[in-house]
Design a binder for this molecule. Structure first.
Ligand code: MTE
Length: 322
């Protein structure tokens, strides 16, 4: 039997740079620029204060927005966010997105806004973003699979972005659609979901001040695996509502069909508000594992945003409407 005697100079396991971060560092440096890359290493997420290029020549300087975390809550280590992803378009496993996103081209990018609005349009992403104020928002994200992360996003208020297209009074829902490019997204050649991935919010949810469209994280543009070049972030709902790589936004009168709800309606409700009292049919939702932490922590109603969003669901049966 080999008995290993610990020396004071031994490196603790937690100090070892995660392998995937090392393996992918070259690709990541190419995407982010070497200077910005340093900001992604654990413990240096403060680079988020710097202006950054959304596209070459379009620099944004975000102002600080929402950041109300409980004592002891920290921004999740970038490795967890960067190489542990759900993005079915790139495959079913957590490391598929970072490995299979090489061919994905987040530029050029256009967004169509249509349906029940007075000023529909098809805009280049920069034109879509430009009139809006950029903000930092540090939010919790809770996946229905019971893992969670805390991410410093950069982006724009969804409400501000939508109002410009003048939604009509008859618009009761907002539908979002991910790009359909099977040649760049190998998962779209499988029948895992009906493609393109779609999601939707009720109009008051979409207009809520917490609803956000992210174009960056950790002070730099989104990586393909995190939903480049633009994704939704709805922090009080399970992560599957936060649809990635959006190309189309539509105002609708009738509740739209959404991907996971269509695939397994008993497991993935349309509303998907984080709710520790309503278990997933195959597991409890009472607690969660914050990536990078050892102990599980209790899951909070509306993911800790009940004070802000609870009123929208007053009188609604949240067990029936899960
Ligand atoms: N958007 C698209 N288009 N396709 C997906 O598979 N997965 C969702 C959501 N957005 C998904 C998506 C799920 S289940 C989660 S938990 C989050 O993205 C994960 O975001 P992250 O990988 O950036 O942490």
């Amino acid at each position: 039997m080999l008995i290993r005697i610990k020396k004071a100079s031994d490196v603790a396991a937690r100090e070892i740079t995660p392998e995937a971060l090392v393996l992918n560092r070259r690709r990541f440096m190419a995407a982010a620029g070497a200077g910005a890359a340093a900001g992604l290493l654990p413990g240096t997420a403060g680079a988020a204060e710097e202006p950054f290029d959304v596209t070459p020549g379009f620099r944004v300087t975000p102002t600080r927005g929402y950041e109300k975390l409980a004592d002891g809550e920290a921004v999740t280590l970038p490795f967890s966010v960067w190489a542990y992803n759900n993005f079915a378009e790139f495959g079913p496993e957590k490391t598929d997105p970072v490995q299979n996103a090489e061919r994905f081209k987040p530029r050029p990018w256009t967004i169509a806004v249509d349906g029940l609005c007075a000023k529909p349009g098809m805009l280049d992403l920069d034109a879509f973003l430009k009139p809006n104020a950029f903000e930092h928002r540090t939010y919790r994200l809770r996946c229905t699979e019971t893992w969670s992360i805390v991410v410093p996003w950069i982006g724009i208020s969804l409400a501000a972005a939508l109002k410009r297209f003048e939604p009509l009074g008859s618009a009761k829902f907002v539908r979002f659609e991910t790009v359909l490019r099977p040649e760049e997204m190998p998962g779209q050649k499988t029948s895992a979901l009906v493609w393109p991935y779609t999601e939707a919010l009720r109009i008051d949810e979409a207009m809520h001040p917490l609803a956000f469209l992210a174009v960056g994280m950790y002070g730099q543009p989104l990586f393909p695996q995190n939903g480049a070049p633009i994704r939704l972030v709805v922090p009080w709902k399970y992560g599957f509502k936060s649809i990635k790589s959006i190309v189309r936004i539509s105002f609708a009168e009738v509740q739209p069909t959404t991907s996971w709800n269509q695939r397994i309606p008993k497991e993935y409700g349309f509303w998907a508000n984080v709710n520790p009292a309503v278990d997933h049919p195959r597991w409890s939702q009472k607690n969660e594992r914050r990536l990078g932490e050892f102990m599980r922590r209790p899951t909070l109603m509306f993911n800790g945003y009940a004070e802000e969003v609870g009123q929208m669901y007053a009188g609604m049966d949240l067990v029936k409407n899960f």
